[in-house]
Unconditional design. Structure first.
Lengths: 313, 248
């Protein structure tokens, strides 16, 4: 065998010739292609942020940043115009907090059940089914809110308006629930079996192990999942635009119509507002505000995970 | 007799892991369970406090586990009660990700302990020979301790329950020699109060810490006798071969 390989290696030319460094163009081309693909996402984000900055600075050249952020009257389309973004933020917060009030307890409870109680068979069915909920198109949720949830609310709270924040919050809660359940499930399951066994060996019940050991140990990831769910709720558009209506409203009453930041952007972007007008530019200002909020929330959740993560071992 | 296996056959799925084993352990003694990997010694150990309940494929095929006069696997016996009396220390130290103090008090508090917790923490840590090292940092995390300290914390946690029996599943296999020596000394002191059943891979350790030794091979209990006899004059050829290091 050594003889055969020696023969192949020396066939034709000298060892130096064979060892000569070759430039492999196809290899370089593949690497370049992969590199471009990886940078496309970065490029997209940068251009979106760039456009947001350019267009909203045109807006802020006319309307002062202070009056935009602190103003409590939002009527950009009707004279006398007013660009106070607080009612939109209020609508967004009411809807998103409402969504979290639904998604957080149900999601966390589902996660505890999935991680600690469900048999393997039940889990194999339940987890993909919960995640399927996240695959339902947003517009279906919005339609469902208008045709089912709102009439249901009106049935026992007759003062509920046709478009209202509560029904938007309810469907939004179910939209972000799979995310909470899934992230919390991962967090709880990350605790090693040995820690659970340590609990059981001290005569603890399953509930005591879950609540006293596993929940506190996964608290940072659980908190992060709540924040991400909140950020997702803030950015959600279609269901909210359909269900909550398009009346900017400075109120905390969820039974009336409220406009969210995303709802306003849809209303203007789909309407026949001419480009370059102040109304048109206002959606970029609102979008920049929205982007700032969701970006901060995402950073916050990452910070919590990094800072407070339990390192098993 | 404090704990006993009677004609016990255990299985994972269809595979019998422990076969017709009978073993009695008397009060305030240390009994070592030795044997090559996969001989069923850990599986046997984990039936005495029903820790195998959490392994879905586990089955008790035949026979009984007794704790004093309780049939441990009888349908009307609460496994939580058994675990209150039969504590366990695991192969890898597994402190909870909370303070040293809470590691000790959690078990007793969920099981209705009403005495003085500060006192309980101190006495448990003292008996686990850890008090002097941690008395100034009871509120720091149990996970911040060294491996050997973590294992003594786990022993202290088990002692705090005031158990009758302590099961130890290769408690030193993840530790360095110095920590191992400390745990072995500790086992020597604990035998004054508790019945200890210890699974070990390390024959020198079995010889050092135990009064009785049981040798298992391929799920069967080959020989169970006073430790000196097992190591000096084993009756069975297999026991002799294992102790001489001819296999394992």
């Amino acid at each position: 065998m050594p003889n055969d390989t020696a023969k192949v290696a020396t066939a034709g030319s000298s060892l130096q010739d064979q060892a000569l460094l070759k430039i492999r163009w196809s290899e370089i081309a593949v690497v370049r292609f992969l590199q471009v693909c990886a940078w496309i996402s970065v490029l997209t984000t940068v251009s979106i942020v760039g456009i947001l900055i350019v267009e909203s600075s045109a807006f802020f050249a006319v309307i002062s940043l202070g009056s935009f952020i602190t103003g409590t009257d939002w009527s950009p389309l009707i004279e006398p115009r007013s660009f106070g973004v607080v009612p939109l933020i209020m609508g967004t917060v009411v809807v998103s907090v409402g969504a979290c009030i639904i998604a957080v307890p149900i999601g966390l409870a589902s996660a505890i059940y999935l991680a600690e109680y469900a048999s393997l068979r039940v889990r194999r069915f339940l987890k993909p089914t919960i995640e399927l909920l996240a695959g339902i198109p947003s517009v279906v949720f919005g339609y469902f809110a208008v045709t089912s949830v709102t009439p249901f609310l009106q049935w026992f709270l007759p003062s509920t308006e046709v478009f209202n924040a509560a029904s938007a919050a309810i469907v939004l809660g179910f939209m972000v629930l799979p995310m909470v359940a899934s992230l919390c499930d991962d967090a709880i399951r990350a605790a090693p079996r040995s820690v659970r066994e340590g609990g059981f060996a001290l005569a603890a019940t399953k509930a005591e192990v879950s609540v006293d050991i596993l929940l506190p140990a996964s608290m940072s990831a659980i908190m992060a999942s709540f924040i991400l769910a909140f950020a997702r709720a803030i950015g959600e558009t279609m269901a909210v635009a359909l269900a909550a209506g398009s009346t900017p409203n400075m109120t905390l009453n969820p039974l009336v119509s409220m406009q969210t930041m995303t709802g306003y952007i849809v209303q203007v972007a789909m309407g026949d507002i001419p480009h370059g007008t102040i109304e048109y530019q206002s959606i970029f200002a609102v979008a920049a505000t929205l982007f700032g909020i969701t970006l901060s929330l995402n950073l916050l959740s990452q910070m919590i995970v990094r800072r407070f993560a339990r390192h098993w071992e | 007799m404090v704990i006993a296996a009677q004609d016990l056959t255990l299985a994972y799925g269809d595979k019998n892991i422990v076969k017709k084993v009978s073993l009695e352990v008397g009060p305030r003694t240390v009994t070592a369970l030795i044997g090559p990997s996969g001989c069923g010694k850990s599986t046997l150990l984990r039936t005495f406090n029903r820790m195998n309940d959490f392994v879905p494929s586990f089955r008790l095929v035949d026979g009984k586990i007794m704790y004093r006069d309780l049939n441990v696997y009888s349908g009307d016996v609460d496994p939580v009660f058994i675990r209150r009396r039969v504590g366990m220390v695991f192969q890898k130290p597994n402190p909870f990700p909370s303070s040293i103090y809470k590691n000790i008090t959690w078990g007793p508090s969920i099981n209705g302990y009403t005495g003085d917790f500060d006192q309980l923490v101190e006495s448990s840590l003292r008996r686990a020979a850890l008090w002097d090292e941690v008395k100034d940092k009871l509120n720091s995390s149990g996970l911040a301790l060294s491996g050997g300290q973590q294992q003594r914390l786990c022993i202290a946690r088990a002692i705090a329950m005031d158990p009758d029996v302590i099961l130890m599943d290769e408690p030193c296999s993840a530790l360095d020699p110095a920590s191992t020596a400390r745990i072995e000394d500790l086992i020597g002191e604990l035998r004054e109060r508790y019945t200890i059943l210890i699974v070990t891979h390390n024959m020198q350790q079995a010889a050092r810490v135990s009064e009785h030794t049981a040798f298992m091979f391929q799920g069967e209990l080959i020989e169970h006798a006073v430790t000196k006899q097992i190591f000096n004059a084993p009756k069975h050829k297999l026991t002799e071969d294992y102790i001489m290091g001819r296999f394992g």
